[in-house]
Design a binder for this molecule. Sequence first.
Ligand code: NDP
Ligand code: 8X3
Length: 257
Amino acid sequence: MSYSLEGKIVFITGASSGIGEACARAFAGAGARLILCARRVQRVESLAAELKVPTHVITLDVRDQQAVQRAVDQLPREWASIEVLINNAGLSRELTRLQEYSIDDINEMVDTNVKGLLYVTRAVLPGMIARNKGHIINIGSTAGHWTYPNGAVYCATKAAVKSISEGLKMDLNGTTVRISSVDPGLVETEFSIVRFHGDVARAKKVYEGVKPLTGTDVADVVLYCATRPPHVNINDVVLMPVAQASATQVYRGPLDV
Ligand code: NDP
Ligand code: 8X3
């Protein structure tokens, strides 16, 4: 028997694009009520207008700890009982040897992927524990399992997400709050465009000759984790395109998929 999300409040960071947007659509399909956050709030407003479930939109930069805490503390009463938190907001910048990395790029990845995720979790989790009900789903990455060349910083941030998920499983022991990590390989979203600072042609090359995962493929797995019966905790799911064997081994020939 799967767990119903009908009417449940689901908080999604990074809902303006890619996996976060796909999660919003998937969880709306399951009848959840959605708190949708990102910096590009107009995009989130347009998405919310399409969805046929109640939504609450927040402009949020997860790097701003005070803004994160305020956003959670100031939720209207009817939106305060968050049951599922999807920590999705994240990004990569460049692919470069550490000795050449721009300090701004390093800070942006660490501040968003690690500190931002911690800030949101720290703000939302006490309420879940007090209600003894909740589920945190972190979007990690295969990059957190296997480091690849020129990816030390991004891979380190995703290894941190893996450690945070594992640590939370221990910290939450004795409560009914669940913690899952969903760790995809190549997903075609705006991720590579952001990584290469808007160079669309370079971003396209990442997926050349491959059928990558889509945001919807990942959202399916996130939804699966969230709809297991309350005694079942999916700890970690690693998913890749069938054409991908590791971070660096990607088959770019024809495949009948
Ligand atoms: P997108 O670039 O399409 O989406 C990233 C989302 O994160 C956007 O909604 C963006 O919103 C949000 N975001 C970025 N920085 C911030 C910030 N400071 N505050 C709030 N929101 C922020 O990429 P994906 O959908 O692919 O990425 C989503 C997650 O999936 C990331 O954590 C990424 O690391 C992870 N991932 C991606 C993979 C891939 O191959 N695409 C594979 C494995 C994991 P806005 O800019 O409007 O604030
Ligand atoms: C995104 C997947 O391999 O580009 O986390 O780092 S990868």
